[in-house]
Design a protein around this ligand. Structure first.
Ligand code: BJW
Ligand code: ZN
Length: 250
């Protein structure tokens, strides 16, 4: 990567009064979590565009729940990497909330807990726009539980009998309006939006960096390849998040 680009990126980080970061599956790739749309990504071998929809869940709940059970077991061996850690340290140090993620793997939260010790400032905890695969929720009421292994029969809500399902946002489902509101406000107020490891094609998350830019702020992208957002970014740093983020933020 060019020296000049690095200098400029570091200056943007140093001089920004408010920073927001939007992350996607790419930041967890180096932890061994498959991405969605790259070669070898989840989308290819498992057709999640068919599985990750409310229609699939209604039609064939067992298959969808088994797919998530497989995802959970694959995640069990994964740990946060240097990219998650660098972001956690950065926001802890600045004492401001700013981390927004599309990921459901919980690795940002684990990195924040590990970097901050016993009592992490709320600042470093991410807004998880698409939910968390480690939680279940009732399809019909507000009940939520830690995820449990799948048994012989479909899991049901003890309060209302509704289907117990992963607490994630499927295609065509709406995001939690409060979370989305908070993320939008962060993006609008930030003078720098750091966009890490996302193809930036899934809305409304993909619109957040544009909100920063629309309000006069900068976008700095970190990705191993160009994306839908590269054209409108002030800077695009090509490289792996686990290498680029510590160099940029520490
Ligand atoms: C690295 C790397 C390394 C690799 N270092 N980088 C407006 C316009 C058009 C359509 C819509 C719209 N508004 C809403 C829609 C419909 C839809 C949508 O956006 N569709 C588009 C695909 C066109 N959106 C929705 O349905 C959302 N709901 C909603 O808006 O409700 C209201 C509404 C409904 C319908 C119509 C209109 C309004 C909900 C979206 C929920 C997304 N859910 C999923 C699954 C979550 C649960 C699960 O995990 O199973 O979320 S889909 C999947 O995509 C997952 C991800 O969070 C999300 C984003 O993917 P991400 O993170 O970008 O991953 P990849 O694989 O795409 O990219 C990885 C990147 O990393 C690549 O660029 C690599 O190069 C890079 N990389 N290694 C750095 N080491
Ligand atoms: Zn219920």
């Amino acid at each position: 990567m060019e020296q000049g680009q690095w200098r400029q990126a570091r200056r943007l980080v140093r001089e920004a009064r408010r920073v927001v970061a939007l992350t996607g599956a790419g930041i967890s790739a180096e932890s061994g979590v498959p991405t969605f749309r790259d070669a070898g990504g989840l989308w290819k071998s498992h057709r999640p565009e068919e599985l990750a929809t409310p229609e699939a869940l209604a039609r064939d709940p067992r298959t969808v729940l088994e797919w998530y059970a497989w995802r959970r077991s694959a995640l069990a061996g994964c740990r946060p990497n240097e990219g998650h850690r660098a972001l956690a340290r950065f926001f802890l140090r600045r004492g401001e909330a700013g981390l927004v993620t599309q990921n459901v793997d919980g690795l940002h939260t684990r990195a924040a807990l590990e970097e901050a010790g016993e009592d992490p400032a709320e600042a470093a905890l991410p807004l998880e726009l698409h939910g968390a695969v480690g939680r279940d929720r009732c399809e019909s009421c507000e009940a939520r539980w830690p995820a449990e292994p799948l048994g012989e029969t479909l899991p049901r809500c003890s309060a209302c009998g509704g289907l117990r399902r992963p607490d994630v946002v499927l295609f065509g489902e709406t995001l939690d309006p409060d979370l989305l509101d908070r993320a939008r406000r962060l993006a609008e107020r930030a003078d720098l939006c750091l966009v890490v490891g996302t193809s930036a094609v899934v809305y409304p998350a993909a619109a957040l960096p544009l909100a920063t830019r629309g309000a006069g702020g900068h976008i700095v992208e970190v990705n191993v390849q160009r994306t839908a957002l590269t054209e409108v970014a002030t800077l695009a740093l090509l490289g792996e998040a686990g290498t680029v983020l510590p160099a940029l933020l520490d």
